[in-house]
Design a protein around this ligand. Structure first.
Ligand SMILES: [Zn+2]
Length: 458
């Protein structure tokens, strides 16, 4: 939908403004007018030059082109000529940690979908602090603690071994008030059925990091999203049994599945992508996770720009030796992971071509995945895999909002939440420009990333 109104409404609007200014005081108090930027509104439509965005009380009041609407007298006008405005970014696969709150904001991430390994209680406490503004941070929608088979991969997850236990784990999260559910690798098709039944009764959507269930079976059972594209290898391989069995031990399963992509033929990958797109399941590929695992033997990653945002104490990001010790990954494993990457990219392309919903997610905070920065790396990798820059931005904005069923997010239009990012460059010419952030608006409050960087970690 274009932003250009027909000839009549501006005249009517101008008349209304004149009448209003005669009848009462101008209503520009508390209005912020962002003027002159090129607008990418998140819908996937073409960028609009010379845009004006009126913001009031944390919401967008109007979006138009300069001179098409009157900026109310008394409004705070901010010139953004030469800049590009995009919606606040949504990280569709995050593991939110408290230290990362301002880092997310500084990188333009204003919403995270928390698929945490923490307990449900700690996730709910963090959600309250960030959402209610006790701490400056992105909006959080959280799955609480994960639901896994037995024994659970992480001690903080709930391990379930029966249909009754699966239903109970869902109920506990519904009572606690989580926004969604996250299931993990050891959930079998037998456990998935009662779990999905209970989740549907309680209207909780399910994010699936699969292992012992293949992607097509899970999508047909009704999961909302496939995280990391896990379960695709099981669905595309001629013999899925070795993968399914390997997931009895988490890292063995992950290692085998990650390498397994390289053994898939392109026709099977295309077929599974089309079947999945037809089920309406969303895919959160987290290419940045796959790319990072494939390059974990490269010590320069620890020194790349952006790592300075990570405090020395953040083991989740910095402890690469610890992960290598647990995984015992060797040079041959990293080579296998690298051979897998083109097939993963092909899957993303085919899924997109078939009309599937792709949402950008990072998996940060995790080894070498920096909260905030890694979502920009994900957008770059989505473009490298075959999306246009506009499609990559949409995957990190509107598509993420669709996955969250959060209608007021991810789109810059009247009535939506005023979360947006002001860029110095033009991301359509080069997606890396999303990293050149001039300012970030969170619920109508304009923030300079540099002012945050000056204070954190001190
Ligand atoms: Zn994750």
């Amino acid at each position: 939908m274009g932003l250009l109104p027909t000839a009549r409404p501006p005249i009517l609007l101008t008349a209304a403004v004149v009448l209003l200014s005669v009848a009462c005081k101008p209503s520009g108090d508390g209005v912020i007018a962002l003027e002159g930027a090129t607008l990418i509104d998140g819908s996937g439509g073409d960028p609009v030059k010379d845009a004006v965005i009126l913001v009031k009380n944390g919401r967008i009041e109007a979006v138009a082109r300069v001179n098409e609407i009157a900026v109310p007298r008394g409004a705070q006008t901010i010139s953004l000529i030469g800049k590009t405005v995009i919606p606040g970014l949504i990280d569709a696969h995050a593991h939110a940690e408290r230290w990362a709150a301002e880092r997310y904001v500084a990188w333009g991430v204003t919403t995270v979908r928390d698929l945490g390994a923490m307990t449900t209680d700690s996730a709910m406490a963090l959600r309250n602090d960030w959402n209610l503004g006790a701490e400056l941070g992105p909006r959080v929608l959280t799955a609480g603690g994960m639901i896994d088979g037995v024994p659970p991969t992480y001690p903080t997850a709930t391990g379930v071994a029966s249909a009754g236990a699966a239903r109970k784990a869902v109920d506990q999260r519904a009572v606690a008030g989580t926004d969604l559910l996250k299931i993990y690798t050891k959930i079998t098709p037998l456990l998935l059925k009662p779990l999905m039944d209970e989740a549907s009764t309680l209207r909780l959507r399910v994010a699936a990091h699969l292992g012992k269930t293949d992607a097509v079976s899970a999508a047909r059972a009704g999961v909302a999203s496939l995280e990391h594209m896990a379960g695709v290898v099981q669905a595309a391989a001629r013999n899925p049994a070795p993968y399914v069995n390997a997931h009895d031990r988490f890292l063995t399963g992950w290692t085998l599945e990650e390498s397994g992509w390289a053994s898939l033929d392109s026709a099977s990958v295309a077929r599974v992508a089309r079947v999945l797109a037809a089920t309406q399941v969303a895919v959160v590929p987290t290419l940045v996770l796959h790319e990072t695992l494939a390059r974990l033997d490269n010590p320069t990653l620890l020194l790349r720009p952006g790592m300075e945002d990570v405090p020395a104490s953040a083991a989740s990001v910095r402890d690469v030796p610890g992960l290598l010790k647990r995984t015992r990954w060797r040079a041959a494993d990293f080579q296998a992971f690298r051979r897998a990457r083109p097939r993963q990219d092909q899957f993303v392309r085919e899924f997109k071509r078939a009309g599937g919903l792709l949402a950008a997610g990072s998996d940060a905070a995790n080894q070498l995945l920096v909260p905030g920065l890694s979502l920009h790396e994900e957008m770059s990798l989505l473009v490298a895999a075959g999306l246009t820059p506009l499609e990559a931005i949409t995957a990190a904005t509107r598509k993420g909002a669709q996955l969250l069923r959060a209608d007021s997010l991810g789109l810059l239009a009247p009535g939506k939440v005023a979360d947006l990012v002001v860029l110095d460059g033009d991301p359509i010419k080069g997606i890396a420009a999303t990293r050149r952030i001039a300012s970030v608006m969170v619920r109508g409050r304009l923030i300079q990333p540099d002012s945050l960087r000056r204070t954190w970690g001190k």
